[in-house]
Ligand binder design. Structure first.
Ligand SMILES: Cc1cc2nc3c(=O)[nH]c(=O)nc-3n(C[C@H](O)[C@H](O)[C@H](O)COP(=O)(O)O)c2cc1C
Length: 432
């Protein structure tokens, strides 16, 4: 079907996804999966059985080290530590699936554009055009400290990213139609006249070469971008196919859609997916009990460690029970704004924001029976006009299996979600 709801599985290659200490839940098998490509492959196959557009791996390739200026809490509770490399995982998932899109976050902090294109486009070519790239400029201080690099200021990171994409695009378009001949009789593999030599001399990058990979069936990877500050949105309009946003409630989602539409002017705004976390039960009461179990397990200091890292502020210095004030940050301005904005005349206190962050990084939780969860997805989709959702599971693989077996059939029955893949590439399935 065209124009239906799009669904993407939102994952992290670490002991947890977005719920702190989910690894200690009896229903969770993430610790086992961390050392097993086969388990990850089975999880990907479950998503493909549910006809998800694709998977989306978030990645912050460093540790949360802002809270009390140390990383102890992140390490002690396994709060996205260790941050295992998702790009490595992707090729195993591509081998175990046929249609599922595979998007990965690759920070441009320390990767040269040539390396990013080589790695992602090799995978895109080999998987039959199923790769996506979440372009991130690197907002986490821990990432830079690990690499021994200075972190540029917020807006300058986006300026550098603009130039980064210029190099990527030159490398992506440099193998022209008909370049590859692969002629066994003449021994000619490709016509050099149809392969561009890239000569880039810019403010941040130099690149003199021919492209390192062939165009895939979808050309180049589908491009995601998740920064939502004003500067981030300008970057998205220029480069992204899809903007992925986290807004803690429906009101914030509507505002975000309006702002993005207004900023796009007469140009088509990029498609938007919102992050959500379903919590299913056979009754609403059971689903709420499940939520309470997750919340009760989260140490406040672990949640504050993650919040401090993502928002770039040491929250050990801030009063817990006062409304969270928007603070100046060089990290994620978009997330800071979303978490400190008032909704229904009220703002989250730091304690509330930390708990939300510990459970689902500020994503709204859709709680209830499969029917109720399907209702909530449909309401957000219809009322905001978003393209679809990045869905973070609580426990893996169990909560993914529940969603695929119990919610997907309801969405299909209502005619809002596909009953077969429309196309073969990620672009064909996601961007219709
Ligand atoms: C929904 C969402 C997902 C994100 N995922 C990642 C990620 O996986 N890795 C990362 O380094 N940054 C991630 N970010 C951070 C953004 O890419 C961006 O660098 C940051 O929010 C700062 O930009 P902004 O101030 O324009 O929002 C994410 C942000 C959002 C809102």
């Amino acid at each position: 079907m065209r124009g239906g709801m799009h669904l993407i599985g939102f994952l992290i290659n670490s002991p947890i996804n977005h719920t702190i200490l989910s690894w200690s839940d009896p229903a969770d098998q993430r610790l086992e999966a961390m050392g097993s490509l086969k388990r990850w492959q089975r999880l990907a196959q479950t998503y493909e059985r549910g006809l998800f557009d694709g998977l989306f791996f978030a990645d912050t390739p460093g540790v949360f080290d802002r809270y009390k200026e140390r990383s102890d809490e992140a390490v002690r509770y396994g709060v996205c530590w260790p941050p295992h490399d998702p790009v490595v995982l992707l090729s195993a998932l591509a081998a175990a699936t046929d249609r599922l899109g595979l998007a990965v976050t690759l920070s441009i902090s320390a990767n040269h554009p040539y390396q990013a294109v080589r790695s992602l486009s090799t995978l895109d070519y080999m998987s039959g055009g199923r790769v996506g790239w979440n372009i991130v400029t690197g907002h986490l201080r821990g990432e830079y400290r690990a690499l021994g690099l200075n972190q540029l200021d917020h807006d300058q990171r986006y300026d550098r990213a603009d130039e980064y994409m210029e190099v990527c695009r030159a490398l992506w378009s440099g193998v022209r139609e008909g370049a590859v001949q692969a002629d066994r009789t003449t021994g000619v593999y490709a016509d050099p006249a149809k392969v561009d030599i890239i000569n880039h001399e810019g403010e941040y990058f130099r690149c003199h070469t021919v492209p390192p990979a062939l165009p895939s069936r979808q050309g180049h990877p589908v491009l995601f971008q998740a920064g939502s500050s004003g500067r981030g949105q300008r970057f998205a309009q220029k480069h992204a196919d899809v903007v992925f946003s986290i807004q803690p409630h429906l009101g914030g989602m509507k505002t975000f859609m309006q702002e993005l539409g207004a900023a796009s002017g007469s140009a088509a705004a990029p498609k938007v997916t919102f992050g959500v976390q379903p919590i299913l039960g056979s009754s609403e009461a059971e689903a709420r009990r499940r939520l309470d179990e997750f919340a009760a397990r989260i140490p406040l200091e672990a949640a504050l460690s993650r919040l401090s890292g993502s928002l770039g502020v040491d929250f050990s210095q801030v009063e817990l029970d006062l409304p969270l004030e928007e603070q100046k940050t060089q990290a994620s301005q978009g997330l800071m704004k979303a978490m400190s904005a008032s909704f229904e005349n009220r703002r989250f206190t730091l304690r509330e924001a930390a708990v939300r962050w510990g459970l689902a990084v500020g994503m709204p939780q859709l709680i209830g029976t499969p029917e109720q969860v399907a209702d909530q997805l449909e309401t957000i989709w219809r009322e905001t006009g978003c393209h679809g959702f990045n869905i973070t599971p609580t426990t893996t693989p169990s909560s993914v299996e529940e969603f695929v077996d119990q919610v997907i059939p309801i969405l299909q029955k209502r005619g809002v979600f596909r009953t077969a893949y429309e196309g073969e590439t990620f672009r064909e399935n996601l961007l219709n």
